[in-house]
Design a protein around this ligand. Structure first.
Ligand SMILES: [Zn+2]
Length: 68
């Protein structure tokens, strides 16, 4: 059976192999606490990790606006 791996993109979070749903800036993913290589320009995330990132960055944004 031919393997399609390599063609299908995988989530780049360490230990995760779900299919990719979104790509985000590496820096953003690093700041959200995801286990990715945040020196990369873009990282690909599965739906679950993208949700995690959104949650984390939303919190950060709230804190930033509260601090003003
Ligand atoms: Zn993932």
């Amino acid at each position: 059976m031919a393997d399609a791996e390599g063609a299908a993109e995988r989530c780049q979070v360490d230990g995760c192999s779900n299919p990719v749903e979104r790509s985000v800036a590496g820096k953003l993913a690093g700041r959200a606490g995801l286990a990715v290589d945040d020196s990369q320009k873009r990282v690909h995330l599965c739906r679950e990790h993208y949700r995690q990132l959104k949650k984390a960055t939303r919190k950060e944004r709230e804190l930033e606006s509260l601090g003003r």
